[in-house]
Design a protein around this ligand. Sequence first.
Ligand SMILES: Cc1cc2nc3c(=O)[nH]c(=O)nc-3n(C[C@H](O)[C@H](O)[C@H](O)COP(=O)(O)OP(=O)(O)OC[C@H]3O[C@@H](n4cnc5c(N)ncnc54)[C@H](O)[C@@H]3O)c2cc1C
Length: 341
Amino acid sequence: MPASRILDELLPRRSAPLPRVAVIGAGMSGLTLARVLTGAGFGVRMLDKGRGPGGRLSTRRSADGGTFDHGAQYFTARDALFRELVDAWSAEGVVAEWRGRIGTLTRGVVTPAKESVRYVGVPGMSAVAKALADGLDVRMGVRVERVAREGRAWRLTSEAGEDLGLAEVVVAAVPAPQAVPLLAAAPALAAQAGAARMSPCWAVMARFDAPVAVALDGAFVEDSPLSWVARDTSKPGRTSGERWVLHGSPEYSAAHLEETAETMAPRLVEAFGQALGRDVRAVEAVAHRWRFAMPSPPLDASALYDPALGLGACGDWCAGPRVEGAFLSGAALARRISGAY
Ligand SMILES: Cc1cc2nc3c(=O)[nH]c(=O)nc-3n(C[C@H](O)[C@H](O)[C@H](O)COP(=O)(O)OP(=O)(O)OC[C@H]3O[C@@H](n4cnc5c(N)ncnc54)[C@H](O)[C@@H]3O)c2cc1C
C-alpha cells in the first residue's frame, strides 16, 4: 500500500458533521495527527512558526549548496504501524537505511556499536515531513500565541495579533514548554505539560575540505562537551563533500545556552578535534541552538486530551524521546479525538 494511504485510511471515514481541528505545530507528531484526522474526514488546519514543515526533523542548506540534518540524526522503527509506514517510504525512496559505521568515540579511541537498523530521510531528514505534509492544509511562518474560548469554539491569534480563525478542537503539537501557554484554558493539561522537562542542544554544521580520518560515520562521544557527531555525507542520497554535524551534550549545551552561535561553532569544532585525538580545521562551521531538543524524561501519557474542552497536546515529550515516539503520540491522539465524536 502507498505510504500516504496507510495513515489516510487508518481510521474509518466519517460523514457526520465533525468539528474543525486546528493543529499548532507541523513536526512529526502534528503531521501524523493531521494526516490521520484528515483521512477520517475532519477538516484540519495546521499552523507552524517555521519556514518548512518538520520541526526537529529538519534539514539545513550550507553555503556550498550541501545539506545538513542538524536535528534528528536517524530513526528506528519498532512499532508495527510505524514499521509498515517506514517500509512503504523505503519503497518510495522517501527514506533509506543508513549503513554508516556507528560507534563510541572516547578521546581518539573508537568502539563499534552493536548492529541496528537506522533510517534517514532522502535526500535529507525533512523529506519525511514533506511526504507527510503533502496534500494537508499547512500554513508556515505563523506563531500562535493565544487560544481563547469563543462560544463553543476556540479563537486562535498569532504573535503579530492576526486573527487565525476558529476551531472546535485545538492541539498543541509543540515542545512541552511551548505547549504550556497554549493550554492555559485547560489547567490540568497545562500542568502536565509544565512538568515535562526538555534539554537543549547546540548543533554545529561543519564543512571540511578533506575527509576526516576516523573509522566511523556516526559516534556517541564520551568524556567531551559533545555527545554525538555524524558524517552527514555518509548518509544515502546526500551531495558529495565532507560535512559533519556535531551535537553538544545536554549538560554542556545547558551551561552555554545563552552564548552566541558565533562563539559556539569554533568551540564545538575544537571539541571534535579533542574527541578525535588531533586538531581539525573546518572550512565553514555554523551553530544552531535547539532550546527544546529532547524530553528528559518524557511523560508516560502517549498524548493529552480533554474531550469536554476539545483541547489536547502531543509530541515526543508524551510518548518517547524520538521520531517514532512523536509519531506514536500523534497517532494516539488522532484515535482519541476521532473516538470522541
Ligand atoms: C539535536 C537533536 C537530535 C535528535 N536526534 C534524534 C535521533 O537521532 N533520533 C530520533 O528518533 N530523534 C531524535 N531527535 C528527536 C526528534 O527530532 C523529535 O523527537 C521529534 O522530531 C519531535 O517531533 P514533535 O512533533 O514532537 O516536535 P517538533 O519537531 O519540535 O515540532 C513542533 C513544531 O511546532 C512548531 N511550533 C512551536 N511553537 C509554536 C507556536 N507557538 N506556533 C506555531 N508553531 C509552533 C515548531 O516550529 C515545530 O515545527 C533529535 C532532536 C534534536 C533537536
